[in-house]
Design a protein around this ligand. Structure first.
Ligand code: HSE
Length: 404
């Protein structure tokens, strides 16, 4: 048996133990030996739980045990996960993680340390939960120049948006329902403000570019300002609003952003509903591909961690290349990027001809339910130009980006 340990016995960590136990037959076939969890690291005591016999509170017990070859890091957050991960890699133990925050912050460095010590740092579960999108980019698409990644990578916000769209719910109502069903945290900020999606697209953009895309430099807008009226307009336009995480190779570098976008029916992401995730990847030779599935949750995420454990077990003592260097990637300037915008305008403050004079010739969208206003789809313009006009405008109710 290959000995493993789990750092953090929360939702995902206990899921990893469950997947290893229940699918041991599959794991044995894949690895030839099978995987055994020797230790679980957690501060809690878990009185009466069988996990107690594996429980340790001191990371050094694991790091100093030469039998342990693979660690599953499911603690989340930067510290102490960063310190504990480094200790493991420096001791030549492979680490498989679901921790997107740590991967977004220190991915390239941890991959380098793994390389220097003949082991691996794998992070399939950090983006898209159970969807094997990272391994696909690293292995199946290595021959491609990836031109564009566009995805719905946050299940919580997609659930909320689906509820707002299908049931006419207000944002707060849909959020409350998501929390009651366990799809949103009690403090939902990281999801609804787009921070979670931002870290995930930073990871995907880094893999796309082979360099480090700093998540702090990615334009990020959440869904908290969206209203049921915005979604009524979307329906009228035969579109829906999705929180898209996008990274696109442009002449000026990688253009990455997270924002609500009006997506048309012809886009496969239009049909991604509820807590599901989907990531669409465009290669220069391959064209468009899309990966869809359970993007969050205990067992899908744990399954992705265990997929990494199997890979680490199959390539024990050998570092598998992941092209992601510490050097920073060049990012394109968001204000210069161009797209169309949908803007809601109050009729008595901005006439349709004034809107046309200001934004250029566009399309008017009217809703019977909202007689005092109208929607206007602008022609393509830069973010900078649009923002300057929108901010000066008395009578602008809301704006949403249109899909390119
Ligand atoms: N809160 C995240 C989501 C969990 O809703 O997608 C998975 O990363």
């Amino acid at each position: 048996m290959i000995e493993a340990a789990i750092y953090g016995y929360g939702n995902i960590g206990s899921g990893v133990a469950e997947v290893i136990e229940k699918n041991q037959d599959r794991i044995r076939k894949a690895t030839g030996e099978g995987v055994h969890v020797k230790y679980v690291l957690d501060l809690r005591e878990f009185e009466g739980d069988p996990v107690r016999e594996k429980l340790v509170h001191d990371v050094d017990v694991i790091v100093n045990d030469p039998e342990v070859k693979i660690i599953c890091e499911t603690m989340g957050g930067n510290e102490p996960a960063y310190t504990f991960t480094k200790k493991a890699l420096l001791a030549g133990k492979s680490v498989c993680t679901s921790n997107k925050e740590l991967v977004a912050n220190h991915g390239a460095e941890l991959i380098r340390i793994a390389k220097e010590h003949g082991c691996n740092y794998f992070f399939e579960a950090s983006v898209g939960g159970g969807i094997p999108v990272i391994r696909t980019i690293n292995n199946a698409l290595r021959q491609e120049h990836i031109l564009n990644i566009s995805g719905i990578v946050n299940g919580t916000t997609n659930y909320i948006l689906t509820k707002m769209e299908k049931n006419g719910a207000a944002f707060e109502e849909a959020l409350k329902e998501a929390q009651e069903k366990g799809f949103a945290e009690r403090n939902p900020e990281a999801d609804v403000e787009g921070y979670d999606a931002c870290r995930k697209i930073a990871i995907l953009s880094s893999l796309m570019s082979g360099k480090t895309v700093d998540y702090r430099e990615i334009y990020t807008e959440g869904i908290t300002k969206l209203t049921r009226e915005d979604l009524l307009y979307a329906k009228k336009m035969e579109r829906c609003v999705k929180l898209l995480a996008v990274s696109k190779l442009t002449q000026d570098g990688y253009l990455a952003m997270v924002a609500p976008v009006l997506v048309g029916r012809e886009n496969p992401l239009y049909n991604v509903e509820g807590v599901f995730n989907a990531v669409s990847v465009k290669g220069n030779m391959l064209g468009d591909t899309m990966y869809y599935g359970s993007g969050a949750g205990k067992l899908p995420t744990a399954s992705a961690v265990v997929a990494d454990v199997v890979e680490a077990a199959c390539f024990m003592g050998r570092h598998l290349t992941i092209e992601w260097e510490e050097e920073k990637a060049v990012l394109a300037d968001m204000p210069s990027s161009r797209r169309r915008f949908f803007v809601r305008l109050e009729k008595d403050k901005v006439s349709e001809s004034e809107a046309a004079a200001m934004f250029g010739v566009g399309t008017v969208v009217c809703l019977e339910e909202l007689p005092a206003e109208y929607g206007y789809i602008t022609p393509e313009m830069s973010e900078r130009e649009f923002a300057e006009k929108f901010e000066k405008l008395d009578g602008a109710v809301a704006r949403i980006r249109m899909e390119d």
